[in-house]
Each structure stands twice: as structure tokens, then as C-alpha cells.
Design a binder for this molecule. Structure first.
Ligand code: NAP
Length: 251
């Protein structure tokens, strides 16, 4: 069972494009967007990860997955990735942007070189910008298009000692999403953010305060599929909040 398969056939001709997929939350949760007749394209810089992803998917849904090796962290890289995507899949209706790290705990600021701050900002926020710049034009003028950012609550507070650069990068990403909402208040596409304020894990690694990555995938899939809300931030603090995301999507 690929999660999200209950989304069924109403999404037949859509291409869901997921930027950033193959690590911790990603694998299954983003596959929650897969359902019969629902095609998903995933970009990663690492071909091996994409191969693993293909092997992970059930054979019956394999044909719905396109994988592309690409680096969306520069303007040129993101443009190339976009052109390759369009060449291989044609029209794209929905973008889910979930770039960054699952975790960074390199130490308090005085122990860190500037180079590391650059790397963290590149991974969390600069790639979110460069990919958005390339991919947003594909969906922004369409009432049936969606662009969804996945962000993290690390941007609002220091999660633990030594996680400060994660906070800086995540905070910049929160601000970027806000800027996009405010600079483009009238776009016909549905522009949303799912801000995850809790850990995300596979069922075998769940601890207190974690949410199941499959449940997150299902909630995001529902939001994308229903296209009811726009310019909203859905904060996820507990598993119950995922139901709210699903319900908002369905409302
Ligand atoms: N994991 C959690 O517990 C958690 C909790 C709350 C919020 N979040 C939020 O979820 C978002 C994603 O985090 P995550 O946990 O999914 O991180 P992750 O597992 O490290 O995945 C991040 C993805 O971003 C991709 N990526 C980064 N830079 C890229 C680039 N230049 N070109 C192409 N792909 C690039 C990576 O692809 P490659 O394969 O190329 O490396 C990877 O697939 C973040 O905003 C984070 O704040 C995560």
C-alpha cells in the first residue's frame, strides 16, 4: 500500500512534481502523493537515492513515478531541471517543495565557520528560492495549479543546544514563504505552506512528539488534491493537526 491511493482517479492527468525527496520524511511521505493515474516526478542530486526510491515503490505504481537527477540549488541548475522535467513529463500541475535537512546540530555559533553557515543557508533557503523561481511560473497562473512549501518549526526557536544554524536557515525559509504569499496575493494557483513543528519518523522510529511520515504524506496529498485553500500556513504540532490539514483540504 502506497499511502494516498484512496485519492483515486480524480487526479488522472496530473503531474505532481516533488522537489526534494529521498531522505527521512521524504521517502514514503512524499510517495503519499502517488495514486493510480496520478503521476509524480521527483528530483534529487543523487541518482542512487532515486534508484532506491524506485525499488521501494510497489510495482503496480512504478509507472507513475518519474525520477530526475538535478540540482535545483542554482538558478541554472533549477532551469535545467525544469526543462528536463517538462521534456519528460509535459505539463506540471502541482509542486511540493520540501528542501533542506532533517537535522543539523553542528554546535553553537562560536564554534562554526562562515562556510558552514553558507552551506546551511544554501540547503535550506537558497535552494527553496532558486527552485521556486524556476518552477512557480509553471503553475502560478492556473486555478488548478498548486505550490506547496514544507517548512519546519526550527525556524521559530532553538530546538536544542548546537542547532542554531538550523534555526537560522529554517527561519529564513519561513520568511521566504511569507514574502511569496505577500508579494503574490492574487495568484490563481493555490499557494500554501505546511509548517511541521514536530519530528517526523518512520513507524519503527516513532518517539513521543513525532508524527508518522506516511500520515504527513497523506495530509499534504489531500491538501494538494482538494485545492480549497490558498495563502495559508498549516501548522502541524500533533498527529491531530494532520487531520485538520486533511479536513481543510476537504472542506
Ligand atoms: N525531518 C524532520 O523531522 C522534519 C521535521 C519538521 C520539519 N521538517 C522540514 O521538512 C523540510 C525537508 O526536510 P527533510 O527532513 O525532508 O530533509 P531531508 O530528508 O534531508 O530531505 C531534503 C531533500 O532536499 C533535497 N535537496 C536539498 N538541496 C537540493 C538541491 N540543491 N537540489 C536538489 N535537491 C535538493 C535533498 O535531495 P538530495 O537527494 O539531492 O540530497 C533531499 O531529498 C525542511 O523544511 C524541514 O525543516 C523536517
Amino acid at each position: 500500500g502506497i499511502p494516498g491511493s484512496e485519492l483515486g482517479s480524480s487526479c488522472k492527468s496530473s503531474i505532481r512534481h516533488i522537489i526534494g525527496c529521498t531522505h527521512s520524511i521524504p521517502i514514503d511521505s512524499r510517495l503519499g502523493l502517488l495514486c493510480p493515474g496520478f503521476r509524480v516526478a521527483v528530483i534529487s542530486r543523487d541518482g542512487n537515492r532515486l534508484e532506491k526510491l524506485k525499488n521501494f515503490i510497489s510495482p503496480s505504481t512504478k509507472d507513475n513515478l518519474y525520477t530526475l537527477v538535478g540540482d535545483v540549488g542554482t538558478e541554472e541548475g533549477a532551469e535545467t531541471a525544469k526543462n528536463n522535467l517538462l521534456k519528460s513529463v509535459g505539463k506540471v500541475t502541482d509542486i511540493v517543495s520540501s528542501l533542506g535537512f532533517s537535522w543539523w546540530q553542528g554546535g553553537p555559533p562560536h564554534t562554526q565557520p562562515l562556510k558552514e553557515l553558507h552551506r546551511v543557508l544554501e540547503t535550506l533557503v537558497l535552494s527553496t528560492f532558486t527552485s521556486w523561481k524556476a518552477f512557480f511560473p509553471l503553475v502560478k497562473d492556473s486555478p488548478s495549479g498548486t505550490y506547496t512549501f514544507i517548512t519546519g518549526g526550527a525556524g521559530e526557536r532553538l530546538l536544542m543546544p548546537g542547532t542554531g544554524f538550523l534555526t537560522l536557515g529554517a527561519a529564513a525559509t519561513l520568511a521566504f514563504c511569507q514574502v511569496v504569499r505577500e508579494e503574490y496575493p492574487e495568484v490563481p494557483c493555490k499557494l500554501n505552506e505546511v509548517k511541521v513543528n514536530t519530528g517526523v519518523a518512520t513507524p519503527d522510529r516513532m518517539g513521543p512528539g513525532y508524527i508518522n511520515h506516511l500520515d504527513l504524506g497523506e495530509a499534504v496529498a489531500s491538501l494538494v488534491e482538494k485545492r480549497n485553500s490558498s495563502h495559508k500556513v498549516f501548522s502541524v504540532n500533533t498527529p491531530a493537526d494532520l487531520k485538520t490539514v486533511i479536513l481543510e483540504g476537504k472542506a
